[in-house]
Structures are given as C-alpha cells and as structure tokens.
Design a protein around this ligand. Structure first.
Ligand SMILES: Cc1cc2nc3c(=O)[nH]c(=O)nc-3n(C[C@H](O)[C@H](O)[C@H](O)COP(=O)(O)OP(=O)(O)OC[C@H]3O[C@@H](n4cnc5c(N)ncnc54)[C@H](O)[C@@H]3O)c2cc1C
Length: 383
C-alpha cells in the first residue's frame, strides 16, 4: 500500500489547483487520473477561462494554452437574427483554450512543484474507518493497487465516484450543454470576439468561442432542451461557418445546491463534483480551481472549517449570480433591443467575469424592489 498525505482523485483544473497548493504547503500529494496522459485527453468544454484563474495559478502558467484573448462581446437577441450589438472591454473578458492543453499546463505546473501524478482509474473508495477520527481514506485502482492518505480530495468531475460513495445526492440543478467544434471557412473575423445569445426558454445561452483554427459553438440550458440541443448547436454553427466539419459532444454541468456537503471527516469535494460552477455563465474552470485551492489551504492549515467558510461565501456569490442571470433573462424577454445596447450593464458584466467585482457587490447596489423581484425569480427559476 502506498501512503501519501493527500490523494486527489481527478487531475482536471480543480484537482491540479488542489495539488499545486498542497505541494506548495509542504504536503506529499498524489494525483490519480484515469487518463494516462498528463492533463488528460480531449474534454467536452468551451475552454474559455477568465482571469479569475489568476486567483489560483500564476499568469505565466497559461502562456502556451491561451489561443486567443477575447476583449469583444457580440450580444445577439436571437440565434441567426441580424439584431446584435458589440461591446468592448478594456480588460480581457476571457482566454480561449483547448482543454487538453490547459489541463496539461495546470497539472504539469503542480507536478513541477512536487505533486506526484499517477495514471489509474479509481474503482473503489474506502471511507468506512474515517468516521471514528482514526481511520484514513483509501482508494483502490483498476488492477488492485491500493493507496491510502490522511486526506482525500474528490476532484473527479460531474459523475464523482467519491461523492456517490459518500452517499451524496446528485445536484438538483443541472445545465445540459452541447458543444460543436466546427472547422470550415467563415468570412467573419472572430479573433478577440465571442458571441453570446441569451435564451429565455429553455433558459440558457448559445455561444461562439474563437479557437486558433476553428470555432467552438454550442448551447447550454435546462434539461427541457435535451432532445433538440444537438440540432440547435449544429444549426447555429452552420449559420456562422460554411461547410462546417462538425464535432459535436455533450455533457451535463452540475450547479451547486446551497449547503451541499463540501467536506466530511477527511474528504473534501471540489470542482464539478461539488457543483462549483458559476450559475450565470456556467464557468467551471476557474471556480473549480478556486475550490481546489481553498480545500488545499484548509488541509495545510489543519482546519477544515476554513473551507466551510469559503463555501458559505460561494453559496452567497452564486445566489447573486443567479439573480444577475435572471435579471438578464427578464430584460431580454421584455426589451431585448434595450439590453443589447445597455453599455453600463455589459461593462458591469465584464468587471464581474474578470474578477474585478463580485456578484454580491453588484447585488448590493440594487434597489429593494429589484432585489425582491430577483429573490422571487431565484426561488422559481429552473436553473
Ligand atoms: C459543453 C461544455 C462547455 C463548457 N464550457 C466551459 C467554458 O468555456 N469555461 C468554463 O470555465 N467551463 C466550461 N464548462 C464547465 C467545465 O468543463 C467544468 O466545470 C470543469 O471541467 C470542471 O473541472 P473539474 O476539475 O472539477 O472536473 P473535470 O475537468 O471533469 O476533471 C475530472 C477529472 O477526474 C478524472 N476522473 C473521473 N473519475 C475518475 C476515477 N474514477 N478515477 C480517476 N480519475 C477520474 C477525469 O479523468 C478528469 O480528468 C463546460 C462544460 C461543458 C459540458
């Protein structure tokens, strides 16, 4: 049996962030990922990451993975409709990457700082002796090898085996998302520009993200869209690219239920496994990384409750994020032309996504009646 201080199941952004901050804090840490390639293979993901990732990793880590820096947002009232407006941001709105490149950079950085990477699929998790305070979590890999540690970090994504083994329920609110990596010719210049089309029913949005040699386009929204979503994503890319070569794939994205278990005994749940995804933008890369960092810091400090306090803050932040999204949906439904041209609203959005303002700070500027209206919408909105 191999012993470490911490085992991390999953080497995506959340696992890599936990690994880097644990290794930096002096822990012996082992990252186990079912991919035998450092950083994994192709992942279904828009690959857009924001500067909130700097809260977890130094900027230099992304130099190779960032294919395109986005400073313009084209916002359109309906898919394939002419009516649109472009808003410019003085700070980057997002950076575009292929996830395999990004994940390789992040995990490689953690390994450079002392974390160990072990390829292997975790098939079984033993938590049975943890409850009495003396036991340690252990995992068994395909092939039978057993690893044990003082702490376990579950960074194993939306279908987390660790969370299931702990008997945790699936997150009630889930975004269904389909992405089309579309290759072909386009007359439009997409460099530095993303397109977003908010959708009212089913709630969600269409996106076009410019990659180095193709466009990533898709739709993410409520389960109501599930049966039609592939066709929508395809039609949407066809409207932007001539003779597109389509690579469609889909996944669901879990959104945190406030109060969802984030740690128990010696197990910490981070990233998609814990639903750490912005409910307004469905951005899970930087939030997953932040949750990994926060769990790591509380393990190093020997104070799990520290992670709990951070998670309480996130639950408040995500509440305000849902309010922001609901306000956008409401304004698109009522006066789409006005919201398209509301420069102040979009500059606030840029400040929030780039990490220069929190959703809670924005929420506190609203009048009482508006806050009351959004509170009601938050109660009844499907996402
Ligand atoms: C279509 C789509 C588009 C998206 N676009 C964006 C976007 O543009 N920007 C953004 O910020 N977010 C986006 N997201 C969300 C984002 O992909 C996730 O939130 C993010 O990947 C979460 O990171 P993670 O590290 O928690 O999990 P993951 O990246 O899923 O990593 C989990 C890792 O765990 C490993 N693993 C799982 N089970 C086991 C096991 N039993 N044993 C060993 N290893 C295991 C997997 O191999 C994997 O590497 C998108 C999601 C979808 C579906």
């Amino acid at each position: 049996m191999t012993k470490s201080d911490v085992i991390i199941v999953g080497g995506g952004p959340s696992g890599s962030a936990a690994a880097y901050h644990l290794a930096r804090g002096g822990a012996r840490v082992r990252v186990v990922d079912s991919s035998d390639v450092l950083g994994g293979r192709y992942k279904t993901c828009g690959g857009g990451f924001t500067e909130k990732l700097w809260w977890t990793f130094p900027r230099s880590v992304f130099a190779e993975a960032a294919e395109n820096t986005v400073t313009n947002l084209r916002i359109r009232a309906r898919p394939n409709e002419e009516l649109s407006a472009v808003h410019h941001s003085d700070v980057p709105i997002a950076h575009m990457s292929m996830r395999s490149d990004l994940d390789r950079s992040l995990l490689g950085f953690a390994v450079d700082h002392g974390a160990e990477f072990q390829p292997g699929k975790v098939e079984q998790i033993s938590l049975d002796r943890v409850g009495n305070g003396n036991g340690r979590p252990s995992v068994t890999l395909q092939g039978g090898e057993k690893l044990t540690a003082d702490y376990l970090v579950a960074a194993d994504g939306a279908y987390s085996l660790v969370a299931r083994t702990m008997g945790l329920p699936r997150h009630r609110r889930q975004v269904v998302a389909v992405e089309d990596e579309a290759y072909g010719s386009t007359e439009e210049n997409w460099s530095g520009t993303i397109e977003i089309v908010p959708s009212i029913s089913p709630m969600g949005y269409f996106w076009v993200f410019p990659k180095a040699d193709h466009l990533s386009a898709g739709f993410g929204g409520t389960k109501k869209a599930a049966s039609r979503i592939k066709k929508w994503a395809r039609d949407y890319t066809d409207s932007h690219i001539e003779s597109a070569d389509h690579h469609l794939s889909g996944h669901y994205i879990p959104l945190r239920d406030p109060g969802y278990t984030s740690y128990r005994d010696r197990v910490f749940i981070v990233g998609d496994a814990g639903g750490f995804v912005d409910p307004c933008t469905a951005e899970g890369i930087s939030w997953g990384a932040l949750s990994g960092k926060s769990a790591a810091e509380s393990i190093v400090a020997g104070d799990p409750a520290q992670f709990g306090s951070w998670v309480d803050w996130v639950d408040s932040e995500f509440y305000a994020a849902r309010a922001f999204r609901n306000l956008l949906v409401l304004r698109v439904a009522l006066r789409s032309r006005q919201i398209l041209n509301d420069a102040g609203f979009w500059q606030t959005f840029f400040k929030i996504v780039s990490g220069r303002m929190t959703y809670q700070e924005w929420f506190s500027t609203l009048s009482r009646p508006t806050r009351g209206l959004l509170w009601t919408m938050n109660r009844f909105a499907p996402l």
